[in-house]
Design a protein around this ligand. Structure first.
Ligand code: G1P
Length: 297
């Protein structure tokens, strides 16, 4: 089986939950402490062995392209002032020439539509998909996508589809893709067979409380299903629906990954992520803790 070397980053969404901050700035550029969300996702992918990075962008998202490119003016100024550390930080997100591709989604018509926009850029092999909104802190262990690829490659019948999973409160199922679980692996209780999945079901219709987090490994059959452009929940073309159509045709697993996921598509999740990441920052943890303790809040 070919190694998973390509990842798709759908970054064309409007970010309406973060207005006015995201009126002129991509939501994926919102920083958690000092790094934009998209960079965390790209670093997670690189750590997992990804070599080809495909961004599905939209209008108003050019800051993402600039972020992963040289900034000659900035680099020149930093070099002139001998600021070597800042210079290497600014250059650290550069990829090998040709490793990054941008494809434009003309209208945000759903996650499935965004992924489908990258169809001509993928070969006939499995690819990873990462949603930058879902920031996953793997507590210095292997990143979430790394964990998934390791499991994917060690399956007795390799191939098929895989999603990252976490348990949610039953009342929250309407915010996620929810799986219908089958048997758990005998050797690994965190690996769950997926018997079905449904996008944003109301709690009384949800097949479980196991929710899909924004990390996927998808095989080419999913792209074939996306061709139908069928609209689903929220009148959007849902990735979940095309994945669901592959159940029973190819292996399908969910991984209850190690780590904590922050929903950075919501204000509260974003604030929690900032506090959690600041607490891991040597120069910020103590002053922040003491401010929180003594503050008037
Ligand atoms: C998307 C997916 C959903 C998944 C979620 C994870 O929804 O459609 O299945 O559970 O990401 O964050 P969104 O949050 O974009 O509405």
């Amino acid at each position: 089986m070919a190694k998973i070397k390509t990842a798709i980053f759908p970054v064309g969404g409007l970010g309406t939950r973060f207005l006015p901050a995201t009126k002129a700035m991509p939501k994926e550029m919102l920083p958690v402490v000092d790094k934009p969300l998209i960079q965390y996702a790209v670093e997670e992918a690189a750590e997992a062995g990804i070599e080809q990075f495909i961004f599905v962008t939209g209008r108003g998202k050019s800051a993402i392209e600039d972020h992963f490119d040289h900034s000659f003016e900035l680099e020149h100024a930093l070099a002139a002032h001998g600021k070597e550390e800042a210079l290497s930080l600014s250059r650290s997100m550069l990829h090998k020439p040709g490793a990054v591709t941008y494809v434009r989604q003309q209208e945000p018509a759903g996650l499935g539509h965004a992924v489908w926009c990258a169809r001509h850029l993928i070969k006939d092999q499995a690819v990873a998909i990462l949603l930058a909104d879902d920031l996953i802190d793997s507590n210095s262990g292997p990143g979430c996508l790394s964990q998934m690829i390791a499991q994917y490659e060690s399956l007795s019948h390799p191939g098929g589809n895989m999603v990252a999973l976490m348990e949610v409160e039953p009342a929250e199922t309407q915010s996620y893709g929810i799986i219908q679980p089958g048997v758990r692996s005998e050797h690994n209780s965190s690996l769950v067979e997926v018997k079905g999945l449904v996008e944003k079901p109301s709690p009384h219709l949800a097949p479980s409380n196991l929710a899909v987090v924004g990390r996927y490994i998808v095989e080419p059959g999913v792209f074939a299903e996306l061709e139908s452009q069928e609209r689903g929940a929220g009148n959007e073309i849902q990735l979940t629906d095309s994945l669901a159509k592959r159940v029973g045709k190819v292996p399908f697993h969910g991984l209850l990954f190690q780590g904590e996921r922050f929903d950075c598509g919501s204000k509260l999740g974003f604030l929690k992520a900032n506090v959690a990441y600041a607490m891991q920052h040597t120069s910020l943890a103590e002053p922040l803790k003491s401010w929180l303790k003594n503050s008037r809040f």
